[in-house]
Design a protein around this ligand. Structure first.
Ligand code: AGP
Length: 615
């Protein structure tokens, strides 16, 4: 998820674009860059790090004044957060500049093609290929909008592109497929941006661009077509949000926005990793298949929510690969003198990539000769840098302290690693992997379905705002989900919340059950492992018989739970191992709503930091 701004009008393009990027910096802050059309040419500047680094660069090396320009704040996916990888990317002649949000799946093939035609590409990004392709197409069309349409027809994946060409000094061209792009319509000036926060200081009249559309922006005209060049229907609207709400996409909290972004985050994490033959392509792992065949143990190290993702991964890894898998709290790992050697693969899961406990754990593992694979959401952060390989989750920046979309994408990334291991080691056959991938690909839609049915969960949460304790029960992969639900409630509502393996109830925790005590139960599917399902239905009966208020999360069609559920939350049917991806969402919404009902600060809960960089 990156921030994009385009401008054509009468003001200083640099001032408007930089101000817009500042409003979008929450969308990405690995690097920033700008290109301005002036004096018949194109001038660009870009810098790794926060926007302030670019502004400092521009102080010392100002760009020529121009009233047409584009800018970008990056959240790195392909290629680390360096000056070279920062956007905009230019063609070799320096006549085209392009910025991009998304993932171009077929960039490697396009890059090879361009190299054969003599183009010299210098960055590690997927985006750069677009600058060179646009330059080629423009040389024949002499029309940037037409060149963009022709290039977009060659791209696979999700992308928002915005470009300028020195030969069309008053034009900005944008295109979108699966990533957001919105037009701001001013008086004698027009804007393009990833979201309205970038331009509502100038205009509140907007046009939402649709799928597979190209927009040509001049100071007085906005022309929208489809990728074939046919005029497209557009939907103008008035923006009512204030700037703060705009940065949150209209939500009250970043956490709510990030919960809503989960379908796209899951889809983006799968994007580009499934070959046309249905096999996985995790080339970015850069861990030789030979090594993956030799490992005889996997140890996952992580903290908090990331640890819960690791617990879920254990079930999938052992089931799909038959490689023993341990999951360890990073803060405990190195102090127990773990048994590690060169055939142990340590997997470090971290959203921020800076968690000191996890970093120290991976350093210990490497000292013992083990290889380390990082699963991380922050490109170029310390943990992937110190690991032997990395699989990035593509959740985009997660601003709220309470992790939501990062968690779901960590689980998806763990599934991908498990499937890839199965594929490489031959313990999972092509047709099975294709089947699981197909089921994984449906999850994004199923998460969307869950999000559409959350109002009863919010009402329930508000009704419980004065409670002191909520317990969470689960079995199998529902057990880590119960732990995650409890953690969300602890860190957001500041109340006692505890997760248990439901089978443990009779070994002590059932003594906690008393009248009207809310207990959330995550029920496994009755299909397949029905014995687990029957046991947890018995658990629900046991606690209800002792007065508990049962809040049951169960899949559609599961009627066995109905007589014992005081509150029934339905989730879509999924394969057993994939259920956490839909069962967790109601628990996120529940915790967020209960915290709000208690008047708590949701995005920055007390005592907590987004990244814990101390041991
Ligand atoms: C989760 O909601 C918390 N913010 C916390 O448990 C977090 O998951 C943990 O600190 C690990 O952070 P990381 O993923 O950035 O390493």
């Amino acid at each position: 998820m990156c921030g994009i701004v385009g401008y054509a009008g009468g003001r200083s393009a640099l001032d408007v674009v930089v101000a817009g990027l500042r409003r979008l910096e929450y969308r990405g802050y690995d690097s920033a860059g700008i290109a301005v059309l002036a004096d018949g040419g194109l001038a660009a500047a870009k810098k790794a790090g926060k926007l302030a680094n670019l502004e400092e660069l521009l102080e010392g090396q100002p760009l020529p004044a121009g009233s047409t320009g584009i800018g970008h704040t990056r959240w790195a996916t392909h290629g680390g957060p360096t000056d070279l990888n920062a956007h905009p990317h230019l063609d070799n002649a320096g006549r085209v500049a392009v910025v991009h949000n998304g993932i171009i799946e077929n960039f490697a093939a396009l890059r090879a093609e361009l190299a054969e035609r003599g183009h010299a590409l210098e960055s590690e990004t997927d985006t750069e290929v677009v600058a060179h392709l646009l330059a080629e197409q423009f040389s024949s069309s002499a029309d940037l909008a037409e060149a963009m349409r022709q290039v977009c027809r060659r791209l696979d994946g999700a992308f928002t592109l915005v470009a300028v060409h020195a030969d069309e000094p008053d034009v900005v061209v944008g295109a979108r497929r699966n990533s957001p792009l919105v037009v701001g319509v001013g008086q004698g000036e027009n804007f393009l941006a990833s979201d309205v926060a970038a331009f509502i200081a100038y205009t509140r009249e907007a046009i939402e661009l649709g799928q597979d559309q190209v927009v040509e922006l001049r100071r007085d005209t906005v022309t929208v077509t489809d990728f074939e060049g046919k005029p497209a229907e557009v939907r103008p609207y008035h923006v009512d949000w204030d700037v703060s709400a705009a940065e949150k996409g209209g939500y009250d909290y970043f956490m709510l926005k990030e919960i809503a972004e989960q379908p796209k985050a899951v889809a983006d994490t799968l994007l580009g990793r499934i070959g046309t033959d249905g096999r996985l392509t995790l080339d970015e792992l850069r861990m030789p298949d030979r090594l993956l065949r030799e490992i005889d143990k996997i140890v996952i190290v992580a903290c908090g929510t990331a640890f819960h993702a690791g617990m879920i991964a254990k079930y999938a890894i052992e089931h799909w690969t038959r490689v023993p898998c341990e999951v360890e709290l990073a803060s405990e790992f190195r102090y127990r003198d773990p048994i590690l050697d060169q055939r142990t693969l340590v997997v470090a899961i971290s959203q921020s990539g800076e968690t000191m406990d996890t970093l120290m754990a991976l350093r210990h593992a490497r000292e013992q000769g083990s290889k380390v694979l990082a699963i991380c959401n922050t490109n170029g952060s310390t943990i992937p840098r110190e690991s032997d390989a990395v699989l990035y989750t593509h959740a985009g920046p997660e601003v709220a302290v309470a992790s939501t979309k990062a968690f779901l994408t960590q689980v998806v990334a763990c599934y991908l690693v498990a499937l890839y291991l199965g594929q490489v080691r031959g313990t999972k056959w092509g047709d099975e992997i294709t089947g699981v991938i197909r089921e994984l690909s449906e999850i994004s839609t199923q998460v969307e379905q869950v999000l559409e049915t959350m109002e009863p969960v919010r009402e329930l949460a508000r009704s419980l705002k004065d409670k002191n304790t909520v317990l969470f029960l689960g079995r199998h992969v529902g057990y880590p989900v119960a732990l995650e639900g409890a953690l969300k409630l602890k860190e957001l509502a500041y109340m006692h919340a505890e997760g248990f393996a439901a089978g443990e109830l009779k070994h002590g925790p059932i003594a906690l059950i008393e009248k009207d005590l809310p207990v959330v139960v995550v029920v496994p599917s009755p299909r397949g492992r029905s014995v687990l399902h029957d046991k947890i239905v018995s658990n629900i009966q046991e606690i209800r018989a002792r007065g508990a208020r049962t809040i049951v999360i169960a899949e559609e069609g599961d009627e066995a739970v109905v007589p014992y559920a005081d509150h029934l939350i339905r989730i879509p049917r999924t394969p057993v191992l994939l259920q956490p991806l839909v069962a967790t969402v109601p628990l996120q919404v529940f915790a967020c709503e209960l915290a709000t009902a208690r008047g708590n600060e949701v995005d920055q809960p007390r005592n907590l930091a987004k990244s814990v960089t101390v041991e």
